[in-house]
Design a protein around this ligand. Structure first.
Ligand code: GTP
Ligand code: MG
Length: 445
């Protein structure tokens, strides 16, 4: 296959930067990158090498490992360069690789190739992606167990049951022509269809329960314009991430930042100030704020002396947890009705910010500790959840048909759904699988 290349680590300043290649005949094609590469190159042997830029100048030194197809991550030839993690030198190496015919890998393309060469199943590759993105150690552990397990994934088990039912339906309908000794019992088929429906519903419920947890502990900063949301966002993240100004309506788009605590990640979201407006862009921003509030684990509702709008009308659902914060306490004016506010802070002077931070840390601990880590494998992606929804709707529709004895219709419906189910677990043309699953993954994985 055509050679692809990508940094497997981010292009930021760090001790080690990894560049990964996959494709065929990699040694022949890309040996000009390495100064005096030994001949022949022994697979899986670690070489200390120096790398060169397009002009043949020595650029950096590091380690070189060659994995020969098919014994590699992707099932193709793979080269891994472990260099110094300077983004500028890494870019030079990538440019040299492009000039020799490598193409930049698309997001998830290394895993996709591994899937094409049967190095990993589609469902396991989704577990792997979840594992990398896990917001806490417990979530990582749980995903690793699923990735590492030899037990069939829930969708694989459902598919087995589905095919078993189909086989019995074929015999039930055609037993005269098929000359079989044992005719399946129609009532046991109905029972098994109901059991299967229950299994599908159980998996759907467990996914819904765990979904919030996978998103991580999400804290949304919301409130009227100019109350200092972006200023507090920057303070909590410890750097000037969001634009701050005295013009109300500065923040239009959502901005996210992650704080890694020992219990798990806090996903902090800065949102547009909420107020009535005719400005189309601002309106769109406010729409986003409202939906972020709906999905939040905790909302920090910020007000200050020049921006007081009580949160009541934005919390009709009563679902999101709310912390009311009075900002700009350095201006001297205390909040009206002090008891309304949980914290009084100044994003400008940092007064009270450490207390809010500690509260968030504590809430994150509770969030990650109360999410129960069950040992049974569960559906682990929105894509798989959608497939379950389709299975559930179909079973709900055909159960009455089975009760009425309309077996041929039941068989027809289940047979066409089987195709969709097999798509979901990877028995499908590769282009379609790539489009649906892999492109949401990170580049270099
Ligand atoms: N004195 C004082 N000024 C503050 C404080 N926090 C923010 N400000 C100022 O208030 C103004 C608005 O701050 P932002 O952080 O942009 O407010 P915002 O809530 O994000 O505003 P929108 O994005 O427009 O909704 C800026 O001029 C800040 O410098 C504070 O604690 N004390
Ligand atoms: Mg703002």
């Amino acid at each position: 296959m055509d050679p692809i290349v990508a940094p497997a680590t981010k292009l930021i300043a760090q001790p080690v930067g990894i560049v990964r290649f996959s494709g065929s005949n990699l040694i022949d094609r890309f040996s000009p990158i390495v100064d005096r590469l030994p001949k022949p190159v022994i697979p899986r042997f670690v070489y200390r090498i120096r790398v060169k830029d397009i002009d043949g100048q020595i650029l950096d030194d590091g380690l070189f490992i060659y994995f020969k197809a098919p014994s590699s991550l992707t099932g193709e030839d793979v080269i891994e360069l472990q260099l110094h993690g300077n983004p500028h030198s890494m870019r030079r190496i990538l440019e040299h690789a492009y000039s020799l015919g490598a193409r930049p890998a698309k997001p998830g393309e290394f895993l996709y190739r591994a899937y094409q060469h049967q190095k990993i199943t589609l469902l396991k590759s989704e577990s792997l992606n979840r594992m990398i993105q896990a917001p806490s150690f417990q979530d990582f552990q749980r995903q690793f167990r699923e990735y590492d397990s030899s037990l069939p994934a829930p969708l694989e088990r459902i598919r087995e049951d589905w095919i078993d039912l189909l086989a019995r339906l074929y015999v039930l309908i055609d037993h005269v022509d098929l000359d079989v000794s044992e005719i399946p019992d129609a009532s046991s088929i109905k029972d098994d269809m109901r059991d299967l429906f229950e299994t599908v519903e159980r998996s759907r419920r467990s996914y819904q329960k765990e979904r919030l947890r996978w998103n991580g502990f999400t804290v949304v900063l919301a409130g009227p314009p100019n109350s200092g949301k972006s200023s507090l966002f920057n303070r909590l993240l410890g750097g000037p991430r969001a634009l701050v100004s005295d013009i109300p309506g500065t923040t239009r788009d959502m901005l996210e930042g992650r704080i890694a605590t020992e219990h798990g990640d806090i996903l902090l979201v800065d949102s547009a100030g909420i107020r009535p407006t005719k400005d189309i862009l601002e309106k769109a921003g406010i729409q986003k704020s409202r939906s972020a509030i709906r999905g939040a684990s905790l909302v920090l509702w910020l007000e200050s002396n020049d921006a007081t709008t009580p949160p009541e009308k934005f919390f009709k659902s009563g679902k999101a947890r709310l912390l009311r914060i009075w900002n700009k306490c350095d201006l001297g004016k205390g909040p009206p009705g002090e008891s309304l506010y949980d914290y009084s802070v100044s994003a400008k002077t940092k007064k009270g910010v450490a207390e809010v931070y500690r509260f968030l840390e504590d809430q994150a601990r509770i969030f990650y500790q109360t999410g129960l880590i069950r040992s049974e494998p569960i559906i682990s992606s929105p894509r798989q959840f959608r497939i379950l929804g389709e299975l559930s709707r179909l079973l709900r529709r055909i159960l009455p048909l089975a009760n009425a004895g309309l077996w041929e219709v039941v068989l027809h419906e289940m047979e066409s759904e089987r195709v969709r189910l097999e798509e979901a677990i990877g028995v499908v043309s590769h282009g379609m699988v790539y489009d649906r699953v892999f492109k949401s993954f990170c580049i270099g994985k």
